[in-house]
Design a binder for this molecule. Structure first.
Ligand SMILES: Nc1ncnc2c1ncn2[C@@H]1O[C@H](COP(=O)(O)OP(=O)(O)O)[C@@H](O)[C@H]1O
Ligand SMILES: [Mg+2]
Length: 269
């Protein structure tokens, strides 16, 4: 057992929830994950405070997506655990896991719209899946409200093929937040986008936080984007979080690998 765990493990509360410090939404403790001989996560401990945006930076193949999948219980750690509002999501399965996942925005497919469905039906999809009690009128209202939040009012009848790449991303984001999740996970939301569209998506991430007070975790290898949207940035290197600081402080990090990583961006700006 790691120091972190011995230090912070408290007895379960009577309601089955573990105690978490006030203001934290997610706490990962001592996560190790191996795929065969590939020891990808080597003791990850990181806290995500309520209503903040944390960006996880790291090179390609460093384990960012693997870490994110642990947060939502899609992967189970070999060691350690993830608490989401006091629930040990790493231990859950079946309907209990499905229920816990309702706290999260759908992110992994967040840009992949259903091409055969209109924009309105795409955004309505999670509502129809999870809120069968809603009338069509109520669904239409919620869809219109979320589209408006991202500057897409009146686009319900359009199809994904009629939209620009940036608009498709925004429809995906409207769909990800239509259930008003407390937490939104974004896996590389700006990868492959041009600079203007990237700025647009960054703006949407900031807006989702501001309007809906969501807790966001964003995986990125786009340093410019990270510095635009983050309250704090964590750098994943060799399976560990080697720095975790507000952007203004991270810029002055003395960690050699992080310095190298940042210089690819700041070096040319
Ligand atoms: N389901 C899996 N099975 C086996 N290896 C995996 C699996 N998912 C990821 N990996 C490996 O874990 C490492 C980290 O992957 P990933 O988290 O996707 O990197 P990235 O930081 O680019 O998101 C890579 O070496 C990848 O091949
Ligand atoms: Mg990835």
């Amino acid at each position: 057992m790691s120091d972190v765990e011995t230090e912070t493990r408290a007895p379960p509360a009577p309601d089955g929830l573990e105690t978490m410090p006030d203001g934290l939404v997610i706490r990962a403790q001592g996560i190790h994950k191996r795929f065969g001989d590939n020891h990808v996560l080597r003791g990850i401990s990181i806290d995500f405070p309520k209503g903040t945006t944390t960006v996880i930076l790291g090179g390609s193949g460093s384990g960012k997506s693997v870490l994110m999948k642990h947060l939502i219980g899609l992967l189970k750690p070999d060691e350690g655990r993830v608490l989401v509002e006091g629930i040990n999501i790493s231990q859950l399965s079946g309907t209990a896991l499905t229920k816990a996942r309702m706290k999260f925005g759908m992110v992994f497919q967040w840009a992949a719209l259903f091409d055969s469905m209109s924009v309105g039906d795409n955004v309505a999809f999670p509502l129809r899946e999870h809120h069968r009690e809603l009338s069509e009128k109520e669904i239409a209202e919620r869809v219109a409200e979320k589209l408006a939040l991202f500057g897409l009012e009146g686009t319900e009848a359009k199809f994904p093929a009629d939209l620009s790449g940036g608009m498709r991303k925004r429809v995906g984001l409207a769909r990800a937040i239509v259930l008003e999740p407390e937490i939104v996970l974004y896996d590389e939301p700006t990868t492959g986008l041009d600079p203007i569209t990237t700025e647009y998506v960054d703006e949407m991430i900031l807006r989702a936080k501001e309007k809906l007070q969501v807790t966001s975790v964003v995986i990125s290898h786009d340093i410019g984007s990270a510095f635009n949207i983050a309250d704090s940035i964590a750098f994943l290197y060799e399976g560990k979080i080697v720095e975790h600081k507000p952007p203004s402080e991270l810029r002055h990090s003395e960690h050699p690998e992080l310095k190298k990583f940042l210089s690819t961006w700041f070096g040319r700006n």
